[in-house]
Design a protein around this ligand. Structure first.
Ligand SMILES: Nc1nc2c(ncn2[C@@H]2O[C@H](COP(=O)(O)OP(=O)(O)OP(=O)(O)O)[C@@H](O)[C@H]2O)c(=O)[nH]1
Length: 508
């Protein structure tokens, strides 16, 4: 292989390894980059084309790397925050040597997603050890601790425990929001999020952490499996494209060697003819000599011509094979792109109601806050909660509860205008965002929603049942944090519940 071919193969190898790095981050932009590489591979007889494609791709790769690093940093910080929270527990002792060992593990492995479950598992053990200190009772396993192993009144949490638990729960719920799993896990994730939300019992943390770890293990395993099989396929395809290019090169080389030997042969015939002509003594001998030479030259040319035709046919076949391989890669990448898009859509929508879910809410709210503060346009938020929903489940069953959860957002949508955004935030809680709406407008719409639900005839086992909702509305002040805006809407909701429910309370 000459140096040009070596460079080309080297570039392809580089491309593959960089693509692998990108794929590890599971970023949809990967497809665009793959497309670029493939487009250039299809004209890859010139390695400079591939090299320039790689140069264009370089900044994207760096960007993806940065994003992956940011996620890993957030994870590392969450673990450190958990440890800080444990350290702040009154009456509990965080064991120093275990803490140091975990810190060393975090330092060594925080960047590798596949090590996250094991880091979380070690954190769980540290939490258990800390909670069990100072030694008061024999150590019980996680399940005994959760399932009734606790005596009434044993609650020994210090004054900061609920805050710590709220903080840790928030972190874990965030982790759950970020993992992509199929529909069959939807209910498990929802239950786990519900169990985390509002849970103030720090003693339940190890059990909940265990469940989060299991789900992350499943998600990491699935993603790795998908990507590994895609990358091994991609690897094979690139290797086979390499082989085709090398083969093509050999064919081209054969052609040029053939051309040279034909030239040499022809030259030799001419030289021989020339010397024979010089040495010839009579005309008849000269005539027959020239005729012999002409025949030999014609034969050589015919042989060369048919060899050329055969080699060209071979080259055309190998180019068309190469083209079909590139097309196949295009198809694979496009199906991967569809899969990724489908997974993103799944991860962003709630299966029961079809509404955008909490992850979608988190994606939407921050750009809206930024836009509102820059444009000085108003932005309102409403948190809607179904009244006495637990009673509906208790009286008519979970399926009836689910039916109510499907009907209520439909009624809400009928009243909302275009531009208003409705999300299922969790359980029986919905959030509405009102971009470019004043608090009066948002309040008026919420009152209409409340009235519409109040008069909707729900039918439970043939019985007409009236269901109501309570709503808290807040207005973004242009500079506050998301949490402040959300907390105010939540406080207003709390007030609406306290005022007897079926009520809308707004910022004054
Ligand atoms: N059927 C069904 N129930 C759910 C779902 N998600 C959460 N829940 C239930 O919603 C209920 C919420 O009850 P609570 O938070 O006690 O509040 P509530 O009964 O609505 O009472 P108030 O909010 O005080 O009016 C719990 O019983 C949850 O199990 C779901 O997807 N389907």
């Amino acid at each position: 292989m000459d140096s040009t071919q070596e460079k080309l193969v080297e570039s392809l190898r580089k491309a593959l390894s960089r693509v692998s790095m990108l794929a590890e981050g599971n970023n949809p932009e990967l497809d665009a980059i793959l497309q670029n590489i493939r487009a250039n591979l299809s004209k890859a007889d010139d390695p400079r084309v591939v090299q320039s494609a790689l140069k264009t791709i370089e900044p994207y790769i760096l960007k993806f790397d940065d994003e992956r690093l940011e996620r890993a940093q957030a994870f590392r910080n969450a673990l450190h925050e958990m440890m800080d929270s444990l350290e702040g527990l009154p009456d509990k002792q965080l064991p120093l040597s275990e803490k140091k060992a975990l810190e060393a593990d975090i330092r060594a492995h925080w960047q590798s997603v596949s090590n996250w479950p094991s880091l979380l598992a070690k954190t769980t053990i540290l939490i258990q050890t800390t909670l069990a200190s100072p030694p008061k009772e024999p150590k019980k396993n996680i399940f005994t601790r959760i399932l009734g192993g606790r005596k009434a009144g044993k609650q020994s949490d210090g004054p900061t425990s609920p805050e710590i638990m709220a903080h840790v729960s928030h972190t874990l719920a965030g982790l759950l929001t970020n993992i992509a799993l199929s529909d069959e896990y939807e209910e498990q994730i929802l239950d786990l999020k519900n169990a985390l939300t509002g849970n103030q019992d720090l003693n339940q943390l190890p059990g909940l952490l265990d469940e989060v770890i299991n789900l992350i293990l499943i998600a990491v395993g699935k993603t790795q499996e998908d990507l590994t099989s895609y990358l091994s396929q991609l690897n094979k395809q690139l290797a086979s494209i390499n082989a085709s290019i090398v083969n093509n090169y050999k064919v081209q080389k054969n052609i040029s060697t053939g051309r040279k030997s034909f030239g040499d042969e022809l030259k030799q015939h001419v030289v021989n003819t020339h010397s024979d002509v010089n040495n010839a003594t009579d005309l008849d001998a000269l005539k027959s000599l020239i005729s012999d030479r002409m025949n030999t030259i014609t034969e050589t040319m015919t042989r060369y011509q048919s060899k050329m035709i055969e080699q060209e046919k071979h080259a055309a076949q190998s180019i068309s094979l190469l083209r079909s391989k590139v097309n196949r890669m295009e198809k694979d990448a496009s199906s991967l792109r569809n899969d990724i898009q489908q997974k993103i859509a799944q991860a962003m929508s709630d299966t029961l109601t079809g509404l955008p879910n909490r992850a979608a809410y988190q994606d939407a709210i921050f750009p809206l806050l930024t836009a509102a503060s820059q444009s000085k346009q108003p932005l309102c938020m409403a948190i809607c909660d179904i009244d006495y929903f637990k009673m509906i489940n208790d009286n008519w069953g979970h399926l009836a509860g689910d039916k109510v959860l499907r009907i209520i957002p439909q009624q809400m949508q009928n009243t909302l205008k275009s531009g208003h955004l409705l999300f299922r935030y969790g359980g029986e809680e919905f959030v509405i965002l009102f971009p470019m709406s004043t608090i009066d407008q948002a309040y008026e719409t919420c009152q209409k929603i409340r009235q519409a639900i109040e008069v909707t005839p729900f039918n439970m086992n043939g019985e007409p049942v009236s269901i109501t909702i309570s709503i808290g509305v807040s207005l973004f002040d242009g500079k506050e944090s998301h949490d402040e805006l959300f907390d105010r809407a939540d406080k207003n909701l709390y007030q609406a519940k306290a005022d007897g429910r079926n009520t809308v309370i707004r910022d004054i």
